[in-house]
Structure formats: structure tokens, C-alpha cells
Write a protein that binds this ligand. Structure first.
Ligand SMILES: [Zn+2]
Length: 398
């Protein structure tokens, strides 16, 4: 029995129910959630993959660790897979800065491959939408790869091919600082959107069949990406600006334009409030990028400090009800064919009431309660993303 077959039988049951019949028992949210293929489009867990004394295959808890995703919590039925990010922090826009970042990104890509290859019984790499469906049928978890920031490519967009060959199927031009390709939502603009080099980057991504990710892009960059990309684009981890008026979120008019061109916005758990970046938190965030350099004892102290701060000074001033209100608004504006999920887990996402991926079945439950069918929810948990991956790959020219 596979998840997909289970999903198909649920749909058949729903389709066969005569209209006059007594209302059926409300669907069990966990059972429906488990029957769906559930993908997350932005997983920052690879930051943890080289931690000493730590394994992705171990079950971690919110009490003893900071990670929000691990293989046991995925295999419980909360999350079937997603896009594991090669996140590269930005340095100076110089030849040396680019070379250092390229070495870092190559290493992070290797680390992801190594970690996924270490647990073949549980999780395997995916490079196409068909791969994802095949793995789901075989009862395996699914590991796509993505690039957050393209800073590491320097001024040579042909390097994107190397990352395509390494398995990257989703990439964004920019992170929180404006770079050689594009203006960032977190920084002053320099290019009024994409730079001339950024336009070449779009053409290269389209040529290779890599899906373009507009999360972190400034509005003007989003506009350029949407106009120039020959295939639908994604926002891998972004929230609606309607819920919190900040540049990192997307406004309703742009959400409608994105949907009109076949794209999708993957609801995040971040920026549902302004970010509360206290000096202590900023220091912990900085350390997090180097968590693999810490000894197990230092990691334990780091985890203690993180949770201590959460008690009084959480990064996000939001709750599950606000998240659901924002999500339902997003679905209403975009339509069920243009919404997906990217929590920014292990990259700053989560808040009290939605602390890790074990909260995902609760979201499915609320969507059922709001009247969405399992088929509609399935579009949002994976169908839309796989459609966009397929469209990018069908239009590739190489
Ligand atoms: Zn991000």
C-alpha cells in the first residue's frame, strides 16, 4: 500500500459518495495527511549535517535540539521530502569572495549528497517529478536539491550547469543582500530588479530546466523574474504581505500575477510578524551557520541558550491562528493551484504552536475543516510544485 494509492482511493471514495447520503464522518486529519505526498520547498537542515555527534537519522526533540526536521519525524508521516538547500552566505562582490563562496557551495552540495546517500533505505535523491512520484510509491522519502543565493556563481552564469549536474532543480538569484544578479528584499536596490548579468542567469536557468525561486527577491526583481522566465516560477518560502507588511513577503497583486503565469507561492512560517532580532538572537544566528564547528558540549550549550531566549524573546510574534488566517487568505487570492509549502524549517522558521514539522498534519486538518478536499490539499502539498518542476524540465534546452 503506498501513499499515492491511498490518496487515489480516498479520491475515488469521495467521488462515489451519493449527494443525498448522510454526511460522512469527518476525515481524520492525520490519515488524510499521510495519504498525501507532502513536500517542503525550502529545507535548511543541511546546515546541521556536519555536526559532531549528530545524525540526521536520529530522532531529535524540541527539548534537546534546535532542529525541526529529521528522518524519523519525516518518516512518521509528517513530511515526505522536499528541497534541501545549498545556502551560501554572501561576502564581498569580488573575485576572492566569489571563489570562497563557490568552494563553500560545492562542499555543502557534497555534504547533502553524502548525508542522503548514508540512509538509502529511508531517503533517496530526486532530480525529476517522476523520481519523486516513484520514490513515494516505493515508500521512500524524497530529497530534491536547491540553491539559496547564486552569489557563489560569481560573474560566470555557466557555472549554474555544474550545480544542475549536482542535482539542483530550484535556484534563487539572491539572498538578503543585493548582489551581482539582483536586488534583494532585505537591502537597498542597485539594479531596479535584475542586473544585466541576472537576466543572463534567468536564461541559463530556463535553458537547464532549473525552476526559478523568487523568495528573498525585491519586488522589482520578482517582476523581472516573472516577466523574463519562460516557465512558471516559485517562491520557495514566502508569506503573504497582507498578513505582515514587510518587503520579504509578497503582496496580493503580485500573488495574482504569479498565479496568472502558472507559478506558486510556498507559504512560510517566517515574517508573519516583524523579525525580533535581539542582539543575543543575532549572535546565536551567526553561530548557527557554524554549528558544525562546535563540540557536542558546545552544541548542547547552544541549544540551551536558544531555548532560553525563546521563552522571553521569540523571533516571531505570531501564533498558529495567525498562520492559518494568512494561509487561508493566500489560498483565496492565489487559488489552490498556486499555493505550496516552504516552512523555512531549520533556517529561522517556526513559532510557538508550529514548532517543527509535526505541526503539518494540524494544517491539513484545518484545511479540511475549511472545506478543502484532500485532492485540493494534495495540489498544495506537492502537486503544484511537481507541475512546475515538470514545466521547467519540459522546456529545457540541453
Ligand atoms: Zn531564506
Amino acid at each position: 500500500m503506498t501513499r499515492l494509492i491511498a490518496a487515489a482511493s480516498l479520491l475515488v471514495l469521495a467521488a462515489c459518495a451519493p449527494a443525498a447520503e448522510k454526511p460522512a464522518q469527518p476525515a481524520d486529519p492525520m490519515a488524510v495527511h499521510k495519504s498525501l505526498l507532502v513536500l517542503d520547498t525550502h529545507i535548511d537542515t543541511p546546515i546541521n549535517f556536519e555536526r559532531k555527534g549528530w545524525s540526521f537519522a536520529d530522532r531529535h526533540t524540541l527539548e534537546n535540539d534546535v532542529v525541526q526536521i529529521d528522518l524519523p519525524r519525516m518518516a512518521d508521516g509528517n513530511l515526505d521530502g522536499g528541497f534541501f538547500a545549498i545556502y551560501t552566505a554572501q561576502g564581498p562582490l569580488t573575485a576572492k569572495g566569489y571563489a570562497d563562496a563557490l568552494a563553500f557551495a560545492r562542499h555543502r552540495s557534497d555534504v547533502i549528497d553524502h548525508e542522503i546517500a548514508a540512509h538509502p533505505d529511508l531517503i533517496q535523491p530526486a532530480r525529476t517529478a517522476d523520481d519523486a512520484e516513484r520514490l513515494a510509491k516505493a515508500g521512500k522519502l524524497i530529497a530534491f536539491k536547491s540553491m539559496e543565493n547564486s552569489y557563489e556563481l560569481g560573474t560566470d552564469v555557466s557555472l549554474l550547469k555544474e550545480f544542475y549536474d549536482r542535482g539542483v532543480r530550484l535556484a534563487g538569484p539572491v539572498h538578503s543582500e543585493t548582489n551581482q544578479f539582483a536586488d534583494s528584499s532585505g537591502d537597498k536596490g542597485k539594479w531596479d530588479g535584475l542586473s544585466p548579468l541576472g537576466e543572463k542567469w534567468v536564461a541559463e536557468a530556463n535553458k537547464l530546466g532549473i525552476v526559478i525561486d523568487a523568495s528573498h527577491s525585491a519586488d522589482a526583481t520578482f517582476d523581472d523574474l516573472l516577466e523574463l522566465s519562460k516557465t512558471p516560477i516559485l517562491l520557495s518560502h514566502s508569506s503573504p504581505r497582507w498578513a505582515s507588511d514587510q518587503p520579504r513577503n509578497l503582496d496580493d497583486a503580485r500573488i495574482r500575477k504569479l498565479a496568472a503565469k502558472g507559478g506558486a507561492i510556498c507559504m512560510s512560517t517566517i515574517y508573519l510578524s516583524p523579525m525580533n532580532l535581539s542582539p543575543k538572537r543575532a549572535k546565536l544566528f551567526e553561530q548557527y551557520e557554524h554549528i558544525s564547528d562546535l563540540t557536542p558540549a558546545q552544541q548542547a550549550d547552544y541549544v540551551r541558550q536558544w531555548h532560553e531566549l525563546d521563552k522571553t524573546d521569540h523571533i516571531w510574534n505570531t501564533d498558529f491562528e495567525h498562520y492559518m488566517t494568512a494561509l487561508l487568505h493566500l489560498i483565496q487570492v492565489a487559488g489552490v493551484d498556486h499555493v505550496c509549502f516552504g516552512g523555512d524549517w531549520d533556517g529561522g522558521g517556526g513559532f510557538p504552536g508550529m514548532d517543527d514539522i509535526t505541526a503539518l498534519p494540524k494544517v491539513t486538518g484545518r484545511l479540511l475543516k475549511a472545506g478543502y478536499s484532500p485532492a485540493d490539499i494534495g495540489k498544495m502539498t506537492s502537486g503544484n510544485v511537481l507541475r512546475i518542476v515538470r514545466a521547467a524540465q519540459a522546456a529545457a534546452q540541453h
